[in-house]
Ligand binder design. Sequence first.
Ligand code: RB5
Length: 150
Amino acid sequence: MDYTGKTVAIGCDHGGYELKLEIMKHLSERGIAYRDFGCDSTESVNYPIYAHAVCEAIQKGECVCGILCCGTGIGMSMAANKHDGIRAAVCTDTYSARLTRLHNDCNCLCLGGRVLGFGLALDIVDLYLDTDFSGGRHAERIAMLPKYGK
Ligand code: RB5
């Protein structure tokens, strides 16, 4: 995807704060604009607040996609997937990062700051940002997701 004129939403809780800082630095180095929805320190906070803020920005079209970091990525993904139109995925490996874009059209990557080293996390971020959805039969499957969502 060409990120010219587009903004990536990013958020975290205390467990993902340090990873979020690394990712923001990486996005800046790549020249990709982002909007940071907090939190702003390693002080304990409630992750759904930040997941909801990031997802709302995607739903409103203010941001093209999101990245959420918590301790494991799991709580953030659970919160994010409550939002219509959000397809959040926790990724701990590069194959999943590539496939969650190719097959699932993931628009909210969730990462565990207590699970991943920074090097692997940034490779996952790059694959997520740089892989396009393949469409076709996968679009049909994605269209079926909301039917089972509530
Ligand atoms: C916080 O301790 C931790 O529970 C949170 O960061 C996240 O991992 C939840 O899924």
